[in-house]
Design a protein around this ligand. Structure first.
Ligand code: PLP
Length: 377
């Protein structure tokens, strides 16, 4: 009989429980302030997050999808333009490109880190290519030196999708500083999560930041005159105040994620799972700890029966969703989608809980060794 799931791959409520007094005080501050749209909490968070991530400007928006969409629009990328990206990502990455009016052009991922395959870029380049949206998937940065060199050589704008990469670094520098804009999500399970939706564009380009500020509020200037078609996508002051609390604890929480990842790597090293590999110049932020196995379905079922709830990021690549159905041949992506399994990874995960995950995985593979005939992938 299955046990109730007690160890999930994420636990957004844990962060609130850990910082309840500070979060409650932050919410009360907003309620008392009378600022329910914009105002000092939003401006304070924008400045604090921009500084934390090493950028000059931060523009809060409603969610990470809008951060990407508005960044693309602000870079004048839209109808008739092609944007290179991956299908092995949250569909939000691709939705943002389509919402901006541009056409996503999918390239495969490389098999080691499951990030955009830089060797595939030349083959995807056309006279319509205007941008690359690079996803630092799972919290592992892409090789930003190579990617930026390619973008510069071909006069293509680089936008970094940092939704899973708060705290990741490349050559010791925070991600988000190579592209023209870095787009973050504060979905509750992210490394920095709100208690609802939230997003932000970080950039060093003052004009770009100003345009995104305009686009997020109906295209308005200071006199409330719409100069272009904008949207309503603002960071909520309640979420901004909550995120200011989260930001104070973020470095410590990323350190926890790193310790948990090191422990998984140590304890699972003899198990026949493909464990995540970290590139030498990468500082992984461990948003997700993703292993790969041909026995994914059976292992996930076994973990659930043991009370552990793994995740799958992602079971269906974007180009196979009916919304895009695109004939691209992406064999590494397709294979990854069949094999990836996200183990519990969040700062509230206790050692005893992690031990349960490790033990359950060990039991599963011991059973395969004893009864291989029952476990044909
Ligand atoms: C890689 C990636 N890009 C974009 C997004 C979109 O963020 P949001 O859910 O805040 O719109 C997400 C979050 O799911 C994501 O993981």
């Amino acid at each position: 009989m299955s046990r109730a799931l007690t160890v999930g791959f994420a636990d957004p409520g844990a962060r609130y429980r850990a910082h309840r007094v500070e979060v409650d005080a932050a919410i009360q501050r907003v309620l008392d302030s009378g600022y329910y749209i914009g105002g000092p909490e939003v401006e304070g968070f924008e400045a604090e997050f921009a500084a934390w991530s090493g950028r000059a400007h931060g523009v809060g928006v409603g969610n990470g999808t809008d951060a990407l969409r508005l960044a693309l629009t602000a870079c004048d990328i839209g109808p008739g333009d092609e944007v290179i990206t991956v299908a092995h990502t949250a569909v939000a990455t691709v939705a943002a490109i389509s919402m901006a009016g541009a056409t996503p052009r999918f390239v495969d991922v490389e098999p080691t880190h499951l990030l955009l395959d830089l060797d595939a870029l030349d083959g995807a380049l056309t006279e319509k290519t205007r941008a690359v949206v690079a996803v630092h998937l799972y919290g592992h940065p892409i090789d930003l030196d190579r990617l930026l060199a390619w973008c510069r050589a071909h006069e293509v704008t680089l936008i970094e999708d940092c939704a899973q990469a708060h705290g990741a670094t490349w050559r010791g520098r925070p991600v988000g500083g190579w592209g023209r804009a870095a787009c973050y999500s504060f979905y509750p399970t992210k490394n920095l999560g709100a208690l609802g939706d939230g997003g932000l564009v970080a950039t060093d380009d003052a004009a770009l930041a100003a345009r995104i500020r305009r686009l997020r509020t109906y295209g308005w200037d200071a006199d409330r005159v719409s100069h272009e078609l904008g949207v309503n996508s603002r960071l909520d002051p309640l979420q901004a105040a909550i995120l200011r609390v989260g930001l104070k604890h973020l470095d410590g929480e990323i350190a926890c994620r790193r310790a948990l990842a090191a422990r998984y790597a140590r304890e699972l090293r003899d198990v026949p799972l493909k464990l995540p590999v970290v590139a030498p110049k990468a500082g992984h932020a461990w948003h997700l700890y993703v292993v790969r196995t041909a026995h994914r379905g059976a292992l996930a079922g076994h973990l659930r029966a043991a009370g552990v709830g793994p995740g799958v990021h992602y079971p269906l690549p974007a180009h196979r969703h009916p919304a895009w159905r695109d004939g691209s041949a992406l064999p590494v992506t397709e294979r990854a989608c069949a094999e990836v399994l996200s183990l519990p990874m969040h700062p509230g995960l206790g050692i005893a809980e992690q031990d349960r995950v490790i033990e359950a995985i060990g039991d599963f593979f011991q059973d395969i060794e004893r009864h291989p005939e029952d476990h044909d992938p």
